[in-house]
Write a protein that binds this ligand. Sequence first.
Ligand code: ADP
Ligand code: MG
Length: 638
Amino acid sequence: MGTEDSSDVAEAKTGAGRVTLGFQAEVRQLLHLMIHSLYSNKEIFLRELISNASDANDKLRFLALADPALLGNDPELKIRIIFDAKNRTISVSDNGIGMSRQELIDNIGTIARSGTAEFLGQMTGDSRKDAQLIGQFGVGFYSAFIVADRVVVETRRAGVADSDGVRWESDGKGEYSIAPIVRSERGTRIILQLKKDEVEFSDGSRLRSLIRKYSDHIGFPVTLADAEKPQDQPQTVNSATALWTRSRSDISDPEYRELYKHLSHDFTDPLTWSHNKVEGKRQYTSLLYIPATAPFDLWNRDAPRGLKLYVQRVFIMDQADQFLPLYLRFVKGVVDSADLPLNVSRELLQQDASLEGIRTALTRRVIDMLDKLASNDADGYAKFWSAFGQVFKEGLVEDSQNREKLAALLRFATTRSEGEKQDQSLDDYLSRAPKDQDRIYFILGDSHAKAIASPHLEQLKSRGIEVLLLTDRIDPWIIDHLEEFRGKKLQDVGRGELELPQGDGAVADKALDDENRPLLKKIRRTLKDRVDTVNVSRRLVDSAACVVASEQDLAPRLRRMLEASGQKVPQTKPILELNIRHPLVARLSAETDNERFADLSNIVLDHALLAEGAPLENPAGYVKRMNKLLVDLEKNKP
Ligand code: ADP
Ligand code: MG
């Protein structure tokens, strides 16, 4: 005892074995940005330090399952906060796992998350925007430097000798020192020397209300004591029961939100959550959250994902990824199982067949939660979609059991959307479609601009038929897995025959084909190396021609993507479709000179390819033919 005296911040800086080290460049940058951008939110440092202390206690309790000796004669895990107004200090202590020297260097001098440098590079200097960004990143320990101009960490790993303690100290400017100490207590104490104008944080009633506000959900007692009144008993300030073990009706929304922040290391409020206790073959409690913003490393395959697993309120592991499918990897939360063994490991979880039932149930919960969000809070759902829509779409491929439900939750940009916004559901689409329309039309494109300008849409547009514009990278794959929705087939307007609902605008049928058969045949013969066949188009209004893929062929865009990724894709020829009402086609039909007919046919095809955004196989040939045509034009001038 006796080391719990916060005045030793001012201790002499020299000592045996003390070394000074530099922060990793990213840490330095983060510290700088954080102090500036989070200033208006500075009180969160306390939540972050208590959150870390709680994690440290959780980890020790877990290790002690296998090795109870780790708890020694100090088995009651808790978090202690001592403030000292006179010396302007505050300390946060836990009696958890503690850190070794190397762990201190790795955890507090370094950020190991890959992509951090790029992420920090996106910071704008506008503190409001940056605060949002840093919030997604999770600020953690470093937030202490928002209110402190010096921070000391004294720590000792559970289970090692008193003389193996370590002391870390920094002013948050670029370097830190680290030195061995003798520490009689296990765990970690963080001591903040508050900046001159942050005295409010060494005030007891201010601290009490902050702990209640931010850390009431923490499952360990958090006590508060005044260093100037050593005779007073420390008081427990929080309710010290894990939030999810309480009944839903006793928990307020702000409490749910604070637990989210502790679990997710994200400090933006979640969009929604779902808290359930299941008493079936397997007994467990789950609390699942939908975040509002995507973490910067959402697309990194190694980024942390999964739920926090507890067994009978004992923390077992972070990032248990067996409880939800990959396409729901953005969901954060806790599962607390009543019947898994306490010594369950990742490997055991993988082999546990009965886990499948929990996974199925949790998956359904998330889908229901999203369904509710979509019906009750359109803005919230739009936020969800823009943050996670791309990931969620993978579900169409991954989760065939829930396909129809997932499909109803998809949002698309269509020819009726506001700009490029993905704001329409398939049900919205169907509710507007004419009665006799038995298909859902879509087009695939590299970009919104290209898709909406595609000649393939001309006929549909002129008849007021809505088309989904699919321009996300993953769309060609996912759409393949959605053959129909509510009994209506999905049809790619860039492929095969286009069947449109009958009606006034219906384009002529067989007769038109028969009438034009000689012309179609002649063009096909001329272009036989380049096209599969030539048809009368039902898609076009203004353009002379377009190319479409045959029903069996890969969509052109999928083909280009596969080729770009180095895969061998069998070469197939497109179908050329002609707009029989176009003057250029009339001109072609009237052309008697064979050479000129061939040139014109090739140009019509090249233009159709260009309009698709497809590369020409022989651009020089195209230019030559085009030039010849222009010269002829000049010659034939009256
Ligand atoms: P995060 O909590 O998101 O991992 P932090 O910046 O809050 O990030 O903490 C960084 C790391 O430092 C933690 O992951 C943990 O390994 C270590 N750490 C921080 N505080 C403590 C503590 N009180 N006891 C033990 N380890 C800690
Ligand atoms: Mg933390």
